[in-house]
Write a protein of this length. Structure first.
Lengths: 200, 200
DNA sequence: CGTACTTTTGAATCGCATCAAATCTGGTGG
DNA sequence: CCACCAGATTTGATGCGATTCAAAAGTACG
């Protein structure tokens, strides 16, 4: 399905590129960019969710970034090809901007340049955390690490299914279910609706 | 030991910040920055090696970045605290620049801003690769992935010991030795001095 | 009510971590 | 030059936890 283009402009887009921003809406499971293809737009997510993912030959998927608000695949600005797939997981409203416009804004507008560098830096820190998490050997260690890093005060809101979360944690969904069940049974974890809470 | 300060200026430092750059030399195993401490300098490595690492309570170490040339810990520009330890692994010559100077250069000099964003982006891509690698289950898959991503044409130069490489791959050194021995025995890998070569 | 998907549990297998010990290596000081 | 030492490399045995394959139960949605 072709994206529905509108001409709205949004306050949450950095002023420097509002002029070149174009609102687009996608249904779930639409591909915004495919591994190895040349990127031409940068996407700013307003609502819904876009995932940056890679899939192995066996069909298993690793989710590298999930964005519900803000820029996705920021690193593709200076790349000639996408290094991941870019896919919506649900109906998503976003704004797209030509790479060239971003590049130019970076050149001309130092506030935007600072903001961009800041975004990249924080994504870098997030990924370093993710890397460290993947080096942990047990599912329990990864769950605790994720809650401590990405949640607040021992609580994390799961944006989606446990199965999705499993592929972010680099576990099979079975392993994650069992880990959570074990932690819950021994009182180290509580589930509250869409949240997980570390006990004590 | 206090760093030996000199006043040399170097061509490989971006012009915009050469004025505020200060050459420093460190012995091996010197700590340039400690986890949770406030960063005040950014380091540009000229020779030697600096590692960005985290260590678990059991003493095991995960190497998140190894730099032999270029900026290290770029993400700390916008952070109030280091999120890793910053340590030399051998005698290292680098140039340090106050964060403030970098920040200002970013503001004033659009070429530098572009270069900085470019550096951050490529580090981001490298880290995404590392994340994907950590999601692979066997040592052999990780070795192949690393050679394909970080090496060139099926060959990688190991910058350091196999033991070091093991902690980058998220494996114990024993597991890595065994993996390499197995691959070599079955003819899928060849060792040539400091290099590993994928066969076929 | 049926379909697609997630969640859950079970059993067998695989590969890494762990602990232990021996060998090899490069560099130091006597 | 040689003894020595710290560290890397290597091999072995054992156990643990995740993966895998399988199947059942729960859930959301048309």
């Amino acid at each position: 399905m072709a994206p529905l283009a509108t001409t709205a402009v949004f306050e949450d887009i950095p002023p420097a590129i509002r002029g070149s921003a174009e609102a687009v809406n996608y249904a779930a499971r639409k591909v915004l960019g495919r591994l190895w293809s040349a990127p031409s737009y940068m996407y700013f997510i307003r609502s819904g969710e876009v995932r940056l993912a890679r899939s192995g030959r066996a069909g298993e998927t690793l989710i590298l970034q999930r964005v519900r608000q803000g820029w996705v695949a920021e690193a593709s600005l200076f790349a000639t090809k996408y290094h991941c797939d870019l896919v919506t997981s649900e109906p998503t409203a976003c704004v797209r901007v030509r790479l060239q416009a971003i590049s130019q804004a970076l050149e001309v507008n130092s506030d935007f340049a600072r903001e961009w560098a800041c975004t990249l830096s924080s994504e870098l820190r997030r990924l370093r955390n993710a890397c460290e998490r993947m080096s942990l050997r047990t599912g329990e260690q990864r769950v605790v690490h994720a809650i401590e890093c990405e949640g607040s005060r021992g609580r994390i809101d799961l944006p989606g299914t446990l199965k999705d979360w499993a592929s972010e944690l680099g576990l099979t969904h079975e392993a994650l279910y069992r880990t959570i069940a074990r932690m819950e049974a021994s009182g180290r974890l509580r589930r509250e609706g869409p949240s997980l809470v570390l006990v004590r």
